[in-house]
Design a protein around this ligand. Structure first.
Ligand SMILES: NC(=O)c1ccc[n+]([C@@H]2O[C@H](COP(=O)([O-])OP(=O)(O)OC[C@H]3O[C@@H](n4cnc5c(N)ncnc54)[C@H](OP(=O)(O)O)[C@@H]3O)[C@@H](O)[C@H]2O)c1
Length: 280
């Protein structure tokens, strides 16, 4: 199986490098800009293509690693080429293989393959990919063939139904991307306390990292600490009163979720008064 990449961005470069290190065969890259295709091909010791038709000709499988909004455009271009027997995949967490449809018929060898990793760089992230989990979504008639084709990767791989992809992607965004927003809120609040920047940076990093480590090691329930778990109503009232107005709602909503976890952890504890304060 020879794979060609359409889109020489972060995911294209990272997967091509990782796949080839795992022993899979990579033909090379076609991209919007030849310069990026050339950089990616140099990085993966493969070929840079100036013509999509040539890439299609040289491959059994095309991995469309362009941004989500461009996948349909690339598919329209692919439909003009001899792709009847080719595997065609993309890496979107949100979109399904059904995007590769012509006259409402999904391409029989269409799939989506999503790495659960924030790939932030074109040339560095492949080093971290060996433990990364992937989800695979495709027509059930071809899933087994695809799994066989992906065995050199040795990564955890789960099959995901097309109907669950939106929810699945929302979960990934909350677990990874939206954490960045919470970190930014914390950093901004610390900076309003007049603390030295160097001190704050060191302090929040350890607080954040140790907490993340605990969650991973002992789970959400056992890692839980803080005023909601303790039922510390006065502390929470002070926070809500003092907080910038635009943050009050998010603070209350996140605390309401912590309250549910606290109830699971301490079923006999009475959190009713706290609930009234959080959900007025
Ligand atoms: N980054 C992540 O953390 C991550 C994780 C999992 C899944 N994904 C998915 O992976 C896919 C790619 O994301 P990315 O982060 O790698 O995006 P990216 O870094 O922006 O790369 C997209 C690449 O596609 C090329 N491209 C755009 N439109 C094109 C077109 N019409 N024809 C040919 N090439 C085109 C661009 O080309 P030029 O550079 O040549 O202009 C660019 O190199 C998306 O479906 C995304 O949802 C991303």
């Amino acid at each position: 199986m020879i794979i060609g990449f359409i889109g020489a961005g972060k995911v294209g470069c990272t997967l091509a490098k990782y796949f080839s290190l795992c022993g899979m065969r990579i033909a090379g890259f076609y991209s919007r800009s030849y310069e990026h295709a050339k950089e990616a091909s140099d990085f993966t010791h493969s070929q840079a293509y100036t013509s999509l038709a040539d890439l299609v000709n040289d491959c059994d499988c095309l991995l469309v690693t362009v941004s989500d909004s461009q996948i349909a455009t690339v598919w329209q271009e692919l439909c003009l080429l001899p792709i009847a027997n080719k595997w065609i995949g993309h890496c979107s967490g949100l979109l399904t293989s059904h995007i590769f449809s012509l006259h409402n018929i999904v391409h029989p060898f269409a799939f989506s393959l999503h790495p659960l990793y924030a790939i932030y760089d074109r040339f560095d992230c492949y080093k971290a990919l060996s433990g990364v989990s992937f989800t695979l979504e495709a027509n059930e008639n071809v899933i087994h063939q695809l799994q066989t084709f992906l065995t050199p990767l040795k990564n955890p791989l789960a099959i995901l139904p097309a109907s669950k992809k939106v929810l699945y992607h929302a979960a990934c965004v909350m677990l990874s991307n939206q954490v960045i927003a919470l970190v930014q809120i914390g950093i901004d609040l610390l900076s309003q306390c007049g603390l030295n920047v160097e001190f704050s940076e060191q302090a929040w990093r350890l607080l954040f990292l140790e907490n993340a480590k605990n969650i991973c090691e002992v789970g959400v329930i056992d890692a839980l600490t803080g005023p909601v778990e303790r039922g510390d109503i006065e502390t929470i009232k002070h926070h809500i009163m003092t907080m910038p107005v635009e943050l009050k709602i998010i603070y209350q909503q996140l605390s309401a979720i912590l309250l549910n976890i606290s109830r699971t952890k301490h079923p006999s504890k009475d959190y009713r008064q706290l609930e009234l304060e959080l959900l007025p």
